[in-house]
Design a protein around this ligand. Structure first.
Ligand code: ARG
Length: 459
C-alpha cells in the first residue's frame, strides 16, 4: 500500500530507513486507545458538521469493525504501516473507501499519539493501583497475626532495638501508600487531553476540544497547543513514581533474601516460591525476590533514558519522542509483574520462623537503651546513664555475658539506683511494649496501626 504521505516524494524510502523509522513493532500496543481516540475525533467532527452524519456513521462503524476484528484475532497491526496511527487509517480506508480519508481532518499524529499514550497510561495506573492494594493487604494479613512477634531491628545492619514484626511489615504499607499517592497525582496530569492541538498550532477546522476530552474521560485539556504536543513530563513522572516503587520492592526483597539465609533464619521459603539449584541438592533459592531486586535496575534505566530523551529537545514535537513508548511499556509491565510476584511471595511463599525470631531478640544487647532509660526514670541524666550502660556492656562483653545474666549486686556497682525490677525492664517483650510514643513499636500503638490499615484497605 502506498504511504499516506507519499505524493510529496519522488522516491521510495530506503528499506532499512523505513524499518528504522517505524514504530509499529511496539506502538501496536496502543491499538485500542488509537481506535477510541479516532472514534471520539470522528464523533466530534460529526457534531461540528465538518463531517456529514452519514460520513460520521461510516467512519465510526469502520473503526468499530476494526476493533472487533482485532479483538477476535482477525486483524494484526503490522508493517509496512509505519505506526499504529497510519495502520488504522490505512485499514479504515481499505474497509470503507474514500470517506475514510476524512478521518484525519483537523488533527495530526502529534496530538493523536499524545492522546493514545495518555489513555494507555491512565488505564495502566488504574491497574497498578489494584495490584498495590492487593500487596498491601497481603502484608497486612501477616501484620495482623504478628503484633506480638518480635524481630531484631537494625540500623547500619547492626542490631539496634527489638521491634514488633507487625510494625516492621507496616512500614512497607506506608511506602506503598506513598506510591499510590504518587500515582494518583501522576494520573491527574496524565488525564489531560492534548487532542485538537493538531501538529502544534491548533487548527482552522471547526473542532471541539472539550467534547473529545469528555468523550475520552479526560479531566481537562492542555491550554497551549505547543505544550500539548511536546509535553512528555507525564511519562517521566510515571517512570519516576515507578522507580520509587521498585526501590521499595527491592528493599523488601533484600530483607526476605537475608531472612531466609541460614545465618538469619528468621523465615523460610515455601516450595511454592522457591527454586532449586541444578548442582547443589540442599539449596532452596530465593529467585523471586532476587529477580525483583534485579528488575529494579531496568526501571531506573528507563527513567534515565526518558530524562535524556527530553533534554535539549526544542519545541514542539520531535521524532525523539517516539522513544517514549518502550520505556513506559516495559516499566508498566515490569511493575505489574513484580508487584504480583511479591504479593504471591508474601501470601504463600514465606513462613516466619517464630522460634528463631524469639531466640534472636533474647541473645543480644538490643535492650541496652532500656537500661539507660531505666536510670533516666530514676532521674539520672540521659548522657550519664548512657555512659554507665556503655561501661556495663563492655563489662558483659569481656565476660561473654548478656545484660540479663548480671547479678543485681553487679548492676549496683555501676549505679546504686539499680533495683531488682531492672530485670523485668530488660525482657524483650517489655522492651517493645514500652515504646508507647506515637508511631512507635509499642504493642498498643501497633494494634492501633493495624486497625487503621484495616479500615483504610477495607478488609
Ligand atoms: N510514531 C510517532 C511517535 O510515536 C507518531 C507521531 C509522528 N509524528 C510525526 N510528526 N512524525 O511519536
Amino acid at each position: 500500500m502506498s504511504k499516506v504521505w507519499s505524493q510529496r516524494f519522488d522516491n521510495t524510502l530506503n528499506p532499512f530507513i523505513e524499518k528504522f523509522n517505524a514504530s509499529i513493532g511496539f506502538d501496536k500496543k496502543l491499538i485500542l486507545e488509537d481506535l477510541d481516540c479516532s472514534i471520539a475525533h470522528a464523533k466530534m467532527l460529526g457534531k461540528t458538521q465538518v463531517l456529514s452524519s452519514s460520513e460520521t456513521v461510516q467512519i465510526i462503524n469502520g473503526l468499530e469493525t476494526i476493533k472487533v476484528q482485532f479483538l477476535e484475532g482477525k486483524f494484526f497491526p503490522s508493517p509496512p504501516s509505519e505506526d499504529i496511527h497510519y495502520c488504522i487509517e490505512e485499514k479504515l480506508i481499505s474497509l470503507i473507501g474514500e470517506t475514510g480519508k476524512k478521518l484525519h481532518t483537523g488533527r495530526s499524529r502529534n496530538d493523536q499519539v499524545g492522546t493514545d499514550i495518555r489513555l494507555w497510561l491512565r488505564k495502566e495506573i488504574d491497574n497498578l493501583e489494584i495490584l498495590i492494594i492487593d500487596l498491601q493487604k497481603s502484608l497486612l494479613n501477616h501484620a495482623k497475626s504478628n503484633v506480638y512477634t518480635l524481630i531484631p531491628g537494625y540500623t547500619h545492619m547492626q542490631r539496634a532495638q527489638p521491634l514488633s514484626l507487625a510494625h516492621h511489615l507496616l512500614a512497607y504499607l506506608e511506602m506503598f501508600q506513598r506510591d499510590r499517592e504518587r500515582f494518583k497525582e501522576v494520573r491527574s496530569r496524565v488525564n489531560t487531553s492534548p487532542l485538537g492541538a493538531a501538529a502544534l498550532a491548533g487548527t482552522k477546522i471547526k473542532i471541539d476540544r472539550q467534547f473529545t476530552a469528555s468523550e475520552l474521560g479526560f479531566e481537562k485539556i492542555y491550554n497551549n497547543s505547543i505544550d500539548a504536543v511536546s509535553d512528555r513530563d507525564f511519562c517521566i513522572e510515571f517512570v519516576s513514581a515507578s522507580a520509587l516503587l521498585m526501590s521499595h520492592l527491592s528493599k523488601i526483597s533484600e530483607e526476605i533474601i537475608l531472612w531466609v539465609t541460614d545465618e538469619f533464619s528468621f523465615a523460610k521459603l515455601t516450595d511454592k516460591c522457591a527454586t532449586g539449584s541444578s548442582l547443589m541438592p540442599q539449596k532452596k533459592n530465593p529467585d523471586v525476590p532476587e529477580l525483583i531486586r534485579g528488575k529494579t535496575g531496568r526501571v531506573y534505566g528507563h527513567l534515565q533514558a526518558l530524562l535524556t530523551m527530553v533534554k535539549g529537545v526544542p519545541l514542539a514535537y520531535n521524532k525523539d519522542f517516539q522513544e517514549d513508548k518502550e520505556p513506559i511499556f516495559d516499566t508498566a509491565e515490569t511493575l505489574s509483574s513484580c508487584i504480583k510476584a511479591m504479593t504471591i511471595l508474601i501470601k504463600e511463599g514465606i513462613e516466619f520462623n517464630f522460634e528463631n525470631l524469639s531466640a534472636s531478640v533474647k541473645n543480644d544487647f538490643s535492650n541496652a537503651t532500656d537500661l539507660a532509660d531505666y536510670l533516666v526514670k530514676k532521674n539520672v541524666p540521659f548522657r550519664t546513664a548512657y555512659q554507665i550502660v556503655g561501661e556495663i556492656v563492655k563489662y558483659c562483653l569481656e565476660r561473654k555475658m548478656l545484660l540479663k545474666n548480671l547479678k543485681i549486686e553487679e548492676f549496683k556497682k555501676f549505679h546504686p539506683k539499680f533495683e531488682e525490677d531492672v530485670f523485668v525492664e530488660l525482657e524483650p517483650l517489655n522492651v517493645v511494649k514500652s515504646r508507647t510514643s506515637e508511631g512507635g513499636t509499642g504493642f498498643t500503638q501497633v494494634e492501633k496501626e493495624v486497625n487503621i490499615w484495616q479500615k483504610k484497605l477495607l478488609i
